[in-house]
Each structure stands twice: as C-alpha cells, then as structure tokens.
Write a protein that binds this ligand. Structure first.
Ligand SMILES: NC(=O)c1ccc[n+]([C@@H]2O[C@H](COP(=O)([O-])OP(=O)(O)OC[C@H]3O[C@@H](n4cnc5c(N)ncnc54)[C@H](O)[C@@H]3O)[C@@H](O)[C@H]2O)c1
Ligand SMILES: O=P(O)(O)OC[C@@H](O)[C@@H](O)[C@H](O)[C@H](O)CO
Length: 373
C-alpha cells in the first residue's frame, strides 16, 4: 500500500505519516520545503517523540519525499499508482494542490485500482472542498469515470503538534493523545481498516465536537493569553482568569453541541476536562502565536468562533465568552502572521464593524455584529 501525503509539517510528520507508516503504508511526502524533502530522501526515516511523563520514541520508516511543484511530474506518477492521498497543508492551500491531484487522477483513469482522498485539516468537510476544487479542473465526462473509482472521505484529526524547535529538522515532538475520524461510506479503496483510525457513518457531529471544543478551547487560551502578553498555551492555562474563560467558553459550546447532536452532558464534560489537561501538558511547549495563527480563517462563518456563537444565538441563548473571544481575536497582531496583518489593515481602513462583517460573512445587522461593534 502506498500513500501520498501533501504537507510534511507538524501534523503530517507527527501524526498522519507516522500512523500510516505504522499501518504498513509506504509514505511519499509532498511539500514545498526543500530541506525537509531532501532530508527525508537522504534518511528514509525520522523520529517522533512522545511528550509525556512516560516519554518514548517512534521510528517512522518507509518514507520519502517529493517537492510538490519542482517534482510535479513524478508526484503525478505517484498519485497515479497510490492507494491513498492525504493532506495536512492548511485549508487555504487545498486549492493550490488540487491541480496536481487532478492531473494524478487523470493519469490513473485507466488504472482500475480505487483510490481514496482524505484531507486532514481543521475545517468542516475539507475533503469535500478539495473534491470541488479538483472536479472544477477536470472535464465532466472524464470526472464521471474518475469519481467511480475515487473516494473523497471527510475527516477530523486531533493531536497537538507544536512548532518544532529540534536541531534535527525531521524530528517531531507530539502529545500522546491522537484521534483520526474518517467518514467510511465515502471510501472506495482498501483503506477501511487502517489501525488507529476511527470510522464513522456521519462525520459532522465528530468534526464539530472536535473543532468547537479542542479548537475553540485552544483559540480561547490563545487570544486571551495573547491579550495578557503570555507566550505559551501552558502559561495561558496557568493564568486563573484565562483558564476560567476557557472553561466558560467551552460551557457555551457544550450547550450548542449537546443540543445539536444529543451528546451525553457528563460524557461531554469529561471530554472538555481531558482537553483542558492536554492544554496543560507540562511536557509540551506550544506557542500562542501558532495556536492563534490565521485569525481571518478562525473568524470564518463556519469556523470555531463564529459557528458555535451563531448556533447558540439560533438556539435562543446569548453567547457571552464566545463574543469576548471574537473581540479578542480582532486584537491578535503578530508581525509574521500574514492574516493577522491583513486583519489589522482591514480594521484600520474600514473600522471594526465592517472588517468583522467582511471576515465573518455575517450580515451587518446580525446580533453578533451588533453586540460586538
Ligand atoms: N499541528 C497541529 O496540532 C494540528 C492538529 C490537527 C490538525 N492540524 C491541521 O493540519 C494542517 C497542517 O497543520 P500543521 O500544524 O501541520 O502546519 P505546518 O505549517 O507545520 O505544516 C504544513 C505543511 O504544508 C506545507 N505546504 C505548504 N504549501 C504546500 C504545497 N503547495 N504543497 C505541499 N505542501 C505544502 C508546508 O511547507 C508545511 O510543511 C492544518 O489544517 C491544521 O489545522 C494541525
Ligand atoms: O491548526 P489551526 O490553526 O486550525 O488551529 C491551531 C490549533 O488549535 C490546532 O492546530 C490544534 O493543535 C489541533 O487541532 C489539535 O488537534
């Protein structure tokens, strides 16, 4: 079995590549980072360190790399003969990898072996988004044949992998916890029993539970922590006021999720408490600037801040801490975070209200906009 994985970054090496390699796949990483690709080809392996009291290391073997633009012809060939294509590049990059994926799918049209595509991004139905970008690049009659043998399965991935500060550019430190949930009915190939993957019939409750608990919680810690000039998520969680805000914000998303999907209250509370402990992991150093990155994406209509706030308002409840964190996100101003700079520019040019309307996609008279600005 062979997997082509786009994005040899934190989660790519620290989770997806490691899990697939352990499950017996040869993993071909595609990335734009030349140094990482060259090192993967030189060594064919790397090490994952588990950040916990027990520690431990995993040696990931059977890996190699291709530059996703410079080696495009070879990458198309790899996709044409792969069993699985996965991604962890960031939702905004999916449209840039779609042309190569489309060419790979066209090349394998004569190959009757089915292929599955799974985007492992923090966004609702990211694989479906990638499918649409790809479909738009292929003539309809060709697409009809391709889609017969290609599964596009939505997924949720959960493992905290901070930016790495190791001397070895391939080495990666990760938390012990991991979860990869895949929507099984969409799969067409032989990827239905990968060890470590949880298969479900409908992904939506799982991705929303993950995004609106792990990622909303992370955003609460990051944006309130940033407002207090703190540096890491652990420091933010050590601050009593920030920790209380994280808990209070997650109580708001709990109401939304329990009502929308019928999760058991006490099981959901245990899920929240486990996530808070993961944020407090003393063996992991995760920068607030990583977790708060891309505030325009995070303030999107269906993302971790606006969607639960909208759902709560629709359920007749008033979001409070969720509105405070939306406001706090507007002040995230980090020099090398392109989106934060764009957002600051937008606020200066148009004012907070128009900027918020633009980035959230909410109507100007929506209660969230009215209360906030
Ligand atoms: N790090 C985490 O804790 C974590 C956990 C779950 C999900 N995710 C999600 O995984 C995705 C990646 O996050 P990350 O933390 O690994 O980020 P990252 O920046 O460490 O990795 C992204 C990788 O994509 C590469 N890339 C950029 N453009 C590319 C292109 N055109 N072709 C191929 N590769 C390209 C980058 O060079 C980088 O190596 C995001 O959607 C993120 O939300 C991250
Ligand atoms: O990757 P982002 O920018 O969508 O969100 C930042 C973090 O919340 C995220 O990477 C988490 O560490 C991860 O989702 C944990 O599973």
């Amino acid at each position: 079995m062979k997997a082509v994985h786009f994005g040899a970054g934190n989660i790519g090496r620290g989770f997806i590549g490691a899990l697939l390699s352990r499950a017996g796949y040869e993993v071909v990483f595609a990335d734009v980072n030349e140094a990482v690709i060259s090192e993967l080809n030189k060594r064919g392996e790397y090490t994952v360190t588990i950040a916990s009291v027990e520690g431990g290391q995993e040696h990931v073997t059977g890996v190699r790399g291709l530059h996703s633009s410079e080696d495009e012809a070879a990458l198309i060939e790899e996709i044409a003969t792969a069993d699985l294509v996965t991604t962890a590049v960031g939702p905004a990059i999916l449209k840039f990898i779609a042309p190569t994926l489309a060419k790979g799918l066209q090349q394998r049209a004569a190959n009757d072996k089915p292929l599955d595509v799974i985007a492992c991004e923090n966004a609702i139905r990211a694989t479906s988004t990638l499918k649409e970008y790809t479909k738009d690049l292929i003539p309809d009659d060709e697409w009809a044949a391709i889609i017969e043998a290609t599964g596009f399965a939505d997924a949720a991935v959960d493992r905290i992998v901070p930016n790495q500060k190791n001397e070895d550019i391939l080495a990666v430190s990760v938390e012990p916890f991991f979860e990869w949930v895949v929507e099984k009915p969409s799969l067409k190939g032989a990827n239905t029993s990968i060890e470590g993957v949880t298969y479900v019939d409908d992904l939506i409750p799982f991705i929303e539970r993950k995004l609106f608990t792990v990622n909303t919680g992370h955003a609460l810690a990051a944006y309130f922590g940033y407002a207090k000039s703190l540096t890491t998520i652990k420091e933010a969680m050590e601050d009593t006021e920030v920790k209380e805000k994280v808990q209070a914000g997650l109580n708001e998303t709990k109401q939304v999720l329990v009502q929308a999907y019928g999760f058991d209250q006490s099981e959901h509370e245990a899920y929240i408490q486990k996530i808070i402990r993961r944020f407090e992991n003393p063996y992991l150093s995760d920068d607030i600037v990583r977790v708060g990155r891309g505030p325009i994406r995070k303030l999107g209509f269906n993302d971790r801040l606006i969607k639960p706030a909208r759902m709560l308002a629709d359920q007749g409840q008033t979001p409070t801490v969720l509105l405070e964190v939306i406001e706090a996100a507007l002040h995230f101003d980090v020099a090398d975070d392109t989106e934060s700079q764009e957002l600051q520019k937008l606020i200066k040019e148009k004012g907070k209200k128009a900027a918020l309307v633009q980035v959230t996609g909410l109507e100007a008279d929506h209660p969230i906009i009215q209360v906030l600005t």
